[in-house]
Design a protein around this ligand. Sequence first.
Ligand SMILES: [Zn+2]
Length: 307
Amino acid sequence: MRNRRSRTQVLTLLAAGAWLATTGGLWGADSVAFSGGRAFENLKRLVAFGPRPSGSPALVQSRRWIIQELRKTGARVEEDSFAAATPLGSLRMTNVIAKFPGLRPKVVIVAGHYDTKREEGFRFLGANDGGSSAALLLELGRVLGARKNALTYWLVFFDGEEALQEWSPADSLYGSRHLVQKLASRGDLARIQAMVLVDMIGDANLDIHREDNSTPWLMDTAFSVARRLGYAKYFLDTPIAIDDDHIPFVNAGVAAADLIDLDYGPNRSYWHTDKDTLDHCSPLSLTIVGRVVLETLSEIAKSPHVK
Ligand SMILES: [Zn+2]
């Protein structure tokens, strides 16, 4: 069956489209606010699955739950499975992609990883590192699904961000490297206008430094949004360069920015340790980053960089 629109509906849509094109804004359903509280509830749920390294039953279970939650938003949810060549042999990995079609087919990706680092000898829960990004994306999905969007959004949950043995170009970023390769091979990469990455943004003591491998105009956009929203003290101009899931996109010529807080605990002592737990994360940090990401999406829609 095919849904045909009446002429009046078409004209209304055209008018809305013209308005959206000039404002980059939204129309339709009442806008739903991003809730750090809800995002934190998502985080609790993810941590309850236990350590979630690539290939583990706990990651399969958390993926099932993530997909179930995403489907409630009305998004088209896809599993992007592939065989990753790792130092431990071939490993099945799966990215999750939730697509929210907008008025325009141009795509902006918001992404994060949902796997946690494989650790021997202690229980690595990855509340912040792997948990917070996935928890924030799920709440973003609730917001994006409840409104009409000017651009098309894809929320991407990467598998295999972490190294299985030791971080190297070959042993890291499995999910993002795979997705960029796949999009390029299908000629779909040109549709992607921008990619905003979040990582370790649940830190209760939030300080996001300007990440230096990111695309300058996109990072400028996010940082000026943060200042405008009154969050300057959490977004610091002193730069830091980090390898993360945005790198394969940057290397492929896609504008990408990584919002990451690597200063986790005194001297990073909570990073990749048994101290990466829920009590070192906060709903407020998730609220701050969630609001900055949403407002950055609005700015991207208005940006001259988006063709
Ligand atoms: Zn990590």
